[in-house]
Ligand binder design. Structure first.
Ligand code: 7TS
Length: 415
């Protein structure tokens, strides 16, 4: 059974041309940094080339055939994303550059108009800087208080005092999967608890939607953000999902062309959703590329991807276990049901950057550093960690290569 799953992953890897290369040292590439950015299948690369070769023109304005095709491809991609996360309609999907821009959009529009002194923004100690700094600035701007759901030493949410924490909360913003520790948040429970006190909920789906089925309506999420480049799509394209009622009540974010209905020298009225939030010429080609990525992920099957990553993570944790006696520290939830395909670790007193360099000599790509979660690293007392993260194209051979690299590091450092 496991062999079948791993064989399928190897077949999937063949769809990603970049993975076929060997490194300058002649090593097979084991790409274990998909939490930072995923690789792209040939189908996505082809969609970009096809768009520029056959359909390129500016959208929403030309009446000629090319412009109509470009508009259809762009809006078609929006409809694919809407269906992928089960939004009620494509108009609830706003294109942005990435998750970061989507969160800032909410902060600068919904946040500025809805928060006042004394209101509370609740987030968690696990957040990426992108889901933290915008709220710090919003709190400073509006006089709102920023409050945190704490996590334990394994990065698991501490929810015993949630009712108290929720007092006065107008916005709950949290990541459903931690990019540093892989913790999976109890999304539905948090959303329901926040709604019970009348708060609006933003979920940072950067690390979930590439890896598992997400249904924004079943979860009753108000705002949901993600980055295309982490889900097999191009860089420079991401999206904000918002419930229509919320998006309609929000003022525009950036202003200029395309987001207007009528402009006079004195006054301007704004376009309808979602274009009210899409000022200027959009990133048309990359939206089309993201549409192709969604097609690709759906063809593989999100449930298969989730199960594959669960199995591969278990295989990796089991394979790493014997090294614990030699000083390997594996971070994140102990309960494997609470963790995704992200494993942060340190090996004795080898600095994470040295570890990443040693692994690089074996063709293994991992990220080292603070993973854009500096407050979390400070809380845990780690200057840095090394992080391996898995995706649909990773196989047990990639994990074996990681283990080989870890053993090499242990030998080099005489552990
Ligand atoms: N939120 C989470 C949970 C993330 O993991 C990231 C990126 C972002 C937001 C920001 O995404 P962006 O596309 O807007 O930059 N995380 C990582 C990472 O873990 N390593 O590099 C980028």
């Amino acid at each position: 059974m496991i062999a079948t799953r791993d064989t399928r992953a190897a077949t999937i890897a063949a769809d990603f041309p970049i993975l076929a290369q060997t490194t300058s040292r002649g090593k097979r590439l084991a790409f274990l940094d998909s939490a930072a950015s995923s690789q792209k299948p040939q189908a996505v690369i082809d969609a970009l080339v096809h768009y520029y070769t056959h359909d390129n023109a500016n959208i929403h304005r030309g009446v000629y055939e090319l412009a109509t095709r470009a508009t259809d491809a762009f809006e078609g991609a929006r409809a694919k994303v809407a269906r992928f996360i089960n939004a009620a309609e494509p108009a609830e999907i706003v294109w942005t550059r990435n998750s970061t821009e989507a969160i800032n959009l909410v902060s600068f529009t919904w946040g500025v108009t809805n928060l006042k002194p004394g209101d509370v923004i609740l987030t968690t100690e696990l957040e990426h800087h992108s889901n933290l700094v915008p709220w710090q600035l919003l709190a400073a701007k509006t006089g709102a208080e920023l409050r945190y759901i704490t996590v334990d030493a394994h990065g698991v949410h501490e929810l015993g005092d949630l009712d108290e924490k929720l007092r006065g909360v107008k916005l709950l913003a949290f990541t459903d999967v931690s990019n540093t520790l892989g913790t999976i948040a109890p999304v539905k429970m948090l959303v329901d608890a926040a709604h019970a006190v009348g708060a609006v909920v933003l979920v940072d789906g950067s690390q979930s939607v590439p890896h598992m089925k997400v249904d924004v309506r079943a979860l009753d999420i108000d705002f949901f953000v993600a980055s295309g480049h982490k889900m097999c799509g191009p860089t420079g394209i991401g999206f904000l999902y918002g419930k229509r009622s919320l998006l309609e009540a929000m003022p525009p974010f950036l202003t200029g062309g395309d987001m207007i209905r009528e402009v006079g020298y004195e006054k301007t009225s704004f376009n309808e959703l979602p274009w009210k939030f899409e000022a200027g010429t959009s990133n048309i080609a990359d939206a089309v590329g993201l549409g192709a990525a969604v097609d690709y992920l759906e063809a593989v099957g999100m449930d298969w991807i989730a199960e594959h990553e669960r199995s591969l993570t278990a295989y990796a944790l089991d394979s790493m276990e014997p090294l614990v006696a030699r000083g390997l520290a594996i971070y994140g939830p102990k309960d494997r049901a609470k963790r995704s395909g992200v494993i942060s670790f340190n090996f004795a007193d080898i600095h994470a950057h040295d570890m990443a360099s040693i692994l690089d000599t074996e063709g293994v790509c991992v990220r080292a550093g603070h993973h854009c979660t500096m407050p979390l690293m400070d809380k845990m007392g780690w200057p840095a960690t090394a992080r391996a993260s898995f995706y649909l194209y990773n196989t047990e051979q990639d994990v074996d290569q990681l283990i080989f690299g870890l053993e090499k590091a242990a030998t080099v450092f005489k552990l």
